[in-house]
Design a protein. Structure first.
Length: 364
């Protein structure tokens, strides 16, 4: 019997808050005290705020802030999609490391998902993974109307990519030539192993919050943040990390609207984009996850990679859910390999088509 059954608390503001506190107390305490050496004392975490920007408006008139790095006429565009309760700055290290590595060969595009960062506040009804997929299609149309694109998503951002693939399969393999799926799952968290593959009271608390917080928030908005925020903090890192990095990531979590926190909970648990997997079957893919991730267990990433024939599976030892911040070089290297594979395959296909066209001409 888990902690929920033992305590017999299944609803109400007091009950949910108590579960969140009791379930997460020890893990959260450990997560907030396990600070490593300060290796980022001189890191400029505001660099992305100075990149050129534009606003993309979605089909339901929600403005999304977009930032870009690299030549506007670069031969390739790589679009990064952040996760739940984060914003585009969660890709800080990839922005700096890959911009230096790629130079003018690629343009990187980052944006804040609806309800996050500097994006507009959407209606509660539109806070679904399917809608996020349509938002991504709008970002592609606005920022990369021509030329090939590689998509990279973390957590809810990976779900966003899968939702787009299901709804716009015609864009894949021709327009979208590669996908990176970091710490994510194709099916909802109730099917991915969250709370089933892990015997963890923090996970139990998250599942209870999913089912209860939408009602609770009407009574006490602070209760939802009191439950979710400690759980996400506890899941962020699996190792001792820089104090400035902890402050940086917690700043993103602290800035998120409690309304956004609650509005996406049900969709995160129940979404199922398994139909998208065949759409991605013939393009290069990256599936990367930390094996200390309490939100998306590594077993889920293994299952996801097994469904994608051209996927590279990367297991990041001891990494928590914010793997792109905790192990930035490993993550950037894997994304770089993905992009190189995607570009190489596209060039091979173009050359094969040219050769085939010449052969048909010769035969004629």
């Amino acid at each position: 019997m888990n902690i929920l059954n033992r305590l017999g608390l299944f609803g109400g503001v007091a009950g949910v808050a108590a579960i969140g506190t009791l379930a997460g107390l020890n893990v959260v305490k450990a997560a907030t005290t396990r600070r490593g050496p300060e290796i980022y004392a001189s890191e400029d975490f505001a660099v992305m705020s100075r990149d050129r920007s534009r606003v993309v408006v979605t089909e339901d008139d929600v403005p999304l802030l977009v930032r870009e790095v690299g030549p506007e006429d670069a031969p390739l565009t790589v679009i990064f999609v952040h996760g739940y309760c984060l914003r585009m700055e969660s890709w800080h290290f990839q922005r700096t490391q890959l911009a230096e590595r790629w130079g003018g060969a690629a343009r990187m595009v980052f944006y804040d998902q609806r309800g996050h960062g500097e994006a507009g506040i959407p209606t509660a009804e539109s806070c679904t993974i399917a809608q996020l997929g349509r938002d991504l299609e709008a970002v592609i149309e606005a920022t990369a109307p021509s030329g090939p694109v590689v998509l990279v998503g973390h957590s809810m951002g990976g779900m966003t990519i899968l939702a787009m693939a299901r709804q716009f399969p015609e864009l894949f393999d021709d327009k979208v030539i590669g996908v990176g799926l970091l710490a994510t799952t194709a099916a909802g968290l109730n099917q991915s192993g969250l709370g089933r593959n892990l015997d963890n009271p923090v996970i139990d608390a998250f599942r209870l919050a999913v089912r209860t917080a939408p009602g609770v928030v009407q009574q006490a908005r602070g209760a939802a943040r009191a439950i979710i925020s400690p759980i996400l903090r506890a899941a962020s890192y699996g190792t001792e990390v820089s104090p400035r990095l902890v402050t940086f990531s917690e700043g993103m979590l602290n800035d998120i609207s409690v309304v956004t926190i609650v509005n996406f909970l049900e969709s995160l648990e129940l979404h199922d984009e398994s139909e998208a997997l065949p759409v991605l079957g013939d393009i290069p893919a990256l599936v990367l996850c930390g094996d200390a991730d309490m939100i998306i267990p590594f077993t889920s990433s293994k299952a996801l990679a097994a469904a994608l024939p051209r996927a590279e599976l990367v297991r990041v030892r001891d990494a928590g859910h914010l793997v792109e911040l905790e192990f930035p070089q490993v993550t950037s290297d894997a994304i770089d390999r993905l992009v190189r594979r995607a570009v190489s395959r596209r060039e091979d296909r173009v050359n094969s088509a040219l050769v085939g066209g010449l052969e048909r001409t010769d035969v004629g």
